[in-house]
Structures are given as C-alpha cells and as structure tokens.
Design a protein around this ligand. Structure first.
Ligand code: PMT
Length: 394
C-alpha cells in the first residue's frame, strides 16, 4: 500500500519529535518516498541530518531556502503528495493549520494539497483537552482531516495523561487508511438533510425537537470525503458548516420540502436524516400569544407534508426511522410506505444513540426487508456504513 507512494512527513516541535525518526524509517522501509518538512521548533528536538540519513531525501526546513529539486517547492510538494502525516502535531501547529496560516513550509504545503492529511497530536494532556485545541481539531475534521487519538501514558511532565504520540504501527495504519480512502462516490451528487425543524407558534415560540444535526452532518462529510458532490439541507443546528459542501438552510418543514424538491432534480441519492416535524400550526400567530392568567392554551395543529414520501425522481431514497419501540417493524412500515430503498432505524430512547449523541446504534433495512444490525459506533462510522450500502445500490 505504501510502495512508491510519496508521503509528506511534517515534524513539529514536541518532545515526541524523536519518534518521527522511527516513523520515517518504517515508511522508507515499506517503500514509500518520505519527504520530511520540519518546523523551526522541531529542529530543537531532532536534526534534519538524522532524517536525511533515514529517508535519503533532502529535508525541507525553511520556506525560503534555495529550492532543491522542487520547482515551486511548496506547490510541487503538495502536488506530489499521496498523503500528508503531521507527527507529532503540537497544539500550536494544529491551531495554525485550523487558521490556514501559511508562513512556513508545512502550513503552505497543507494549504496547497488535495491529498488526505492525517494529524497525530502529541502534547501535555491539559493542552490537548483545552477547549480551544478541541475546537481546532473539530474544525479540521470538518474539513476532512483525519486525526489519530493520542495515547494515555507518562508525559514529558512525568505525569500520566492523554497526550502521548501513538506508536509507529498505529500511525502507519492511519496513513494506509487515508491512502485507501475510497473515492467511490466521485461523480455522484448526494443530497442530505439534517437537524430538527422548528414550526413557529408565534414570533417567539416554536415546536421543535432534540435533533442536533450530527448524524446528517456526518453523512455529508463522509459522502464528501468519498468524492461525492454534496448538498446539505440543514434545519436548526449549532454545528460548523462542513467544508466543500453546499449548505442550504431550511428551518421549517415547508422550507425543507421546497429545498429538497429543488436539490433532488440533479441528484443520485437523497438521505433524509433530518428530524422533520409531523405537525405545524394551522395558522401561526402574528403576534406573541399573551398568557391569560388561569386559562389553558389550545393550539390547532395540522400535519406537515411527508417530504420523503412525496418527493419524486430517479434517485436512491434513504430514510431514517426514529423509534422508541418495535424498532424494525415500525421502520419497515416507513420503508414501504415511503417507497424507500433503505431505511436506517435508530432507537431514540437510549442516551448513547439517536438524538444529539455522538454515537448511534442502527439497524439498516433494505427494500427486500433484509436487516443488518450495527453495534454502537460513531455517527461518522454509521455514515460510512450507510454509504457502503448506497454505493451497492448505485
Ligand atoms: O441529528 P442528531 O442529533 O444526530 O439525531 C439523529 C436523528 C435521531 C435525528 C436521526 O438519526 C433520525 O432518526 N432522523 C429521522 C428523524 C425523524 O424524523 O424520523 P421519523 O421516523 O419521524 O421520520 C421518518 C423519515 O421521514 C425520516 O427520514 C424523516 O426525515 C422523514 N420525514 C419525516 C417527517 C416529514 N414530515 N417528512 C419527512 O420526510
């Protein structure tokens, strides 16, 4: 998998920089062409000469050094890369990459590349768990960067904590996964809906639900990373917009219906992960409804249109079923009722699956009624499993 691949190895200024020598050596032995880029701080921990003797390649340390064989160094390196691994990645480098800063060679090459980027953070545990570091990591993940969780163990401070650079075999496995990243949906247009609609009661109040949008956003990012053109129709979420995805806001069921019908005109797949309200006000009040002391308030609600059931066209239709009981039976009813190709049933009564959880436990049912029960996994992994099935139907 690594043979004849060009792997850019970015080394930054953490105590674990010495381990990058082992990584460079194993990648070279596996037949990869390893192009090392070191930041200024990295050279305080390990010398370019060491890496040059391991990779038999010139080591890039300075953006303005006379170009070696590379024409316009950073662009040439970025274009030549089959994958980029930053190991160890300090909090500072992660912050700079998240901000798109390009005043050194590593930042410039990462900004200029189309290759998959794998980041292996290694730092003090408090720095790693710091909110701003985690926000930077979330931002980079939304742009399709993959991360290797740091290990737990003795840190430079002598304390035990989560912040150790993983061992070389784990890093190599992540690089191979990135290289093997299937672009099996390239050329396809995938429409995804996400989030919970809000049906106005009056200018202040609405009927909503607990959908965070995480499932839909994971599907959009996974489809993008597999080469699809993605239109994400999003109700109300507080998530960062994924990069390289067309984001359309649709806060209510009616607006979502309009946007879905527009987007599917040129699509190959529609996946509706959004939690669409089943009812809306017959007439939403124009002014804030005054609370009359001692009186009850009756709202007259009417059914919203069944977007997924009514939308027409020649594309793969995938729905979700949010169920609290008889999961498979209820999901099968929706599968046939809405004439779907697949339905993803999720039990929304558990805290670790369904609404707002980072993980989900689903049963995938196809139109022949064949069911596949998946164990609890991250919503991103669920998304990739769903797309594997969709791929089979395309
Ligand atoms: O967003 P998260 O916090 O990550 O939570 C994920 C989720 C639990 C919201 C998601 O996994 C999920 O189950 N989404 C579907 C929620 C829902 O509305 O399920 P339902 O069984 O009520 O609807 C069945 C299907 O019809 C869904 O695909 C829904 O998008 C669609 N629908 C529903 C109502 C409506 N008026 N029109 C529709 O198209």
């Amino acid at each position: 998998m690594l043979k004849n691949k060009t792997i850019i190895l970015g080394i930054t200024g953490g105590i674990a920089a010495y381990k990058a020598a082992d990584l460079a050596s194993k990648l070279t032995q596996a037949g990869a062409k390893v192009e090392v880029i070191m930041t200024e701080a990295a050279m305080k921990f390990i010398t370019p000469l060491t890496l040059r003797n391991i990779t038999h390649r010139p080591v890039v340390t300075d953006m303005f050094e006379l170009a070696s064989e590379w024409s316009v160094e950073h662009v040439a390196l970025a274009e030549a890369a089959d994958a980029i691994i930053v190991a160890p990645a300090t909090a500072n480098t992660i912050a700079r990459l998240a901000a798109g800063i390009a005043d050194d060679m590593l930042g410039t090459v990462v900004l200029a590349t189309k290759a998959p980027v794998v980041i292996a953070p290694a730092m003090n545990d408090l720095m790693y768990s710091n909110k701003v570091t985690q926000e930077n990591i979330t931002k980079l993940k939304a742009r399709g960067f993959s991360f290797i969780e740091p290990g737990y163990g003795r840190l430079a401070s002598g304390k035990m904590g989560k912040g150790r650079l993983p061992d070389t075999p784990e890093i190599i496995a992540a690089i191979e996964a990135a290289l093997g990243q299937k672009k099996d949906l390239s050329g396809k247009h995938v429409v995804v809906t996400a989030g919970g609609t809000r049906e106005p009661i009056d200018p202040v109040r609405h009927i909503g639900n607990r959908s965070s949008g995480k499932m839909g956003y994971a599907l959009a990012e996974a489809a993008r990373d597999r080469g699809a053109k993605v239109t994400l129709i999003s109700a109300n979420v507080s998530l960062d917009a994924p990069a390289d995805v067309t984001l359309v806001k649709a806060p209510t069921a009616l607006e979502m219906k309009k946007e879905v019908e527009k987007a599917v005109k040129k699509s190959d797949v529609l996946i509706m992960a959004a939690a669409v309200a089943d009812y809306q006000m017959e007439i939403a009040a124009g002014n804030k409804i005054k609370k009359e002391s001692g009186k009850n308030l009756t709202l007259n609600l009417v059914k919203t249109p069944d977007i997924l059931g009514e939308v027409k066209g020649n594309f793969i239709k995938v729905g979700f079923a949010a169920e609290s009981e008889n999961l498979v039976a209820n999901a099968k009813k929706k599968l046939t009722g809405k004439k779907l190709d697949l339905i993803i049933a999720n039990d929304i009564t558990k805290t670790d699956s369904g609404f707002d959880a980072d993980t989900n436990r689903v049963v995938i049912i196809d139109k022949k009624g064949k069911t596949e029960e998946l164990p609890l996994m991250s919503k991103r992994e669920v998304a990739d499993k769903i797309l594997d099935k969709v791929k089979g139907l395309l």
